[in-house]
Design a protein around this ligand. Structure first.
Ligand code: SF4
Length: 183
């Protein structure tokens, strides 16, 4: 019986960690495609590698920014229900704050990471217009698909869709206050 319980608990923890890893794939993939755009687009110059590393560092810093400035106001702070695991990491840095201020904090801090979605495109497009490259084109298409289709779909369908504060969240709620539904 005790063995069954230990196995059961271990199985649930492994299942949760696997889900958190899967939910982080779209953001990590966006970082990888973005860094590859800089690396390939500026190949032959020292700037390719420098810009790729700066973009990756910005992506990592952006994730921590959200954990520090948004997650403490979320009802999933320090909870296993947080789909990507940020909420539990956030609890190591900051204590719980009022969930009533979640939408205010979300609106204030999300713009900090928004450039991550656009900078690789703005950097890659002029390069591909100047000197066409199939590799760069494929990377740009993959980046756009991941950043603007796959990532929002995964977020709304698997993460934010089950969030108890989705009606307060500017990302999930429509202008009339009703929740956004994709399907
Ligand atoms: S659901 Fe979002 S805001 Fe809430 S703790 Fe998780 S990552 Fe942070």
């Amino acid at each position: 019986m005790a063995d069954f319980r230990v196995g059961d608990i271990a199985g649930r923890i492994a299942d949760r960690i696997a889900k958190e890893l899967v939910n982080n794939i779209p953001y990590v993939a966006m970082m990888m495609f973005g860094a590859a755009i800089f690396s390939v687009g500026f190949a032959g110059s020292k700037w390719g590698l420098i810009l790729a590393v700066v973009y990756l560092a910005y992506g990592a810093a952006g994730a921590f920014w959200i954990m520090i400035f948004v997650c403490p106001y979320c009802r999933y702070w320090n909870s296993r229900l947080c789909p990507c695991g940020y909420g539990r990491i956030a609890a190591r840095f900051r204590r719980k704050r009022s969930a009533e201020r979640f939408d205010e904090k979300f609106k204030r801090h999300i713009p900090v990471i928004v450039p991550l979605w656009f900078v690789p495109i703005l950097a890659g497009l002029p390069v591909i217009i100047r000197s066409f490259s199939w590799i760069l084109l494929v990377l740009l298409v993959l980046f756009v698909l991941d950043a603007f289709v796959f990532l929002p779909l995964a977020s709304i369908k698997h993460g934010c869709g089950k969030c108890p504060q989705k009606n307060l969240c500017p990302w999930m709620s429509l202008k009339d206050g009703s929740p956004r539904r994709l399907f």
